[in-house]
Design a protein around this ligand. Sequence first.
Ligand code: ADP
Ligand code: MG
Length: 377
Amino acid sequence: KVIEGEALRKKMHNTILELKGNIRVFCRVRPLILDDDVENETKTISFPTTTEAMGRGIELLQHGQSHPFMFDKVFTPQSSQEEVFVEISQLVQSALDGYKVCIFAYGQTGSGKTHTMMGTPGSYDDKGLIPRSLEQIFEARQKLKDQGWKYEMQVSMLEIYNETIRDLLSSNKSSSTDGGNKQQYAIKHDPNGNTHVSDLTIVDVRSSKEVSYLLNRAGQSRSVGKTQMNEQSSRSHFVFTLRISGVNETLEQQVHGVLNLIDLAGSERLSKSGSTGDRLKETQAINKSLSSLSDVIFALAKKEEHVPFRNSKLTYLLQPCLGGDSKTLMVVNVSPAPSSVNESLCSLRFAARVNACEISIPRRQSMRYLEPRLSYG
Ligand code: ADP
Ligand code: MG
């Protein structure tokens, strides 16, 4: 039973969110790395320093033409994992308050999605936002315990490859290859907005250490697929889900939050003409799910009546966590390499569309930035 005070607080919070919209788009440009074409001196990305665009603007130079964009936040190659997390921690925290949260990493292969999400395993400073989020959540849980809150946490991890779900925590290896069993990993949503995926392994967790262990296990399961299935990891979506249930008997309150952290498949446009068979199918599946995702977020931002959740496995799986009063953050990762300029422009345009901004800016107005919505309050 949710008491009035809590209901009122949530309602007010929702009203504020409604005014602001609950979709945010961040952009992160990674540093140049050794693999990049560093001999080519052309600078393709710059960060405007005008008062209005500071920390939010990015300008891409392609064939001498400038493409300016503005997002809720732009991280430069100098931005640390810590600096990125500071901007996200409030959103993570709201999952403990009973909100459904989705954080996506989008971008071409090699743009820094996995670095942003996971970071370098074993390196303290380089930890990405999945380990940082978990540490924060388990720390906060400890503090809330003193206020009478009891939390239960459950983790699942899956991969969507070619519109097929693969359970990354399954101990049964044979089941992870989908032996033609149509009922396996069927997605169902109950009226309370909970998602059930049949046969998916769900693990109760009590510490961030336990989750780290599971992340390692999932990582191994992914890399096995990598060699067997043609570097599957860059062509599949990785979905980490933490379900949070909190009860406070004294206050007679309960909350049910979900935190979804998603490392999306590489967004690069693989040439359709050149690919056949499995590769063509793979390409089509990625294109379909990424464009479905932008269609869904776009429709939600525009408050359209029909939201096409069912057009892909990913959007259908996340349906209850994308609509309503849930919160979505898209981190668009961009490579600064001159050879990636076309893909970078595509990623920024995707982000701009998700941000419900105009996609193209007339040349003459190119210095006027697109206005994003306010950031999370
Ligand atoms: P993706 O997951 O998008 O394919 P990765 O996260 O694997 O890309 O990043 C590609 C390479 O760039 C990796 O070697 C990674 O360590 C490095 N990298 C990405 N982002 C950063 C960053 N912000 N700082 C330092 N190195 C980075
Ligand atoms: Mg990756």
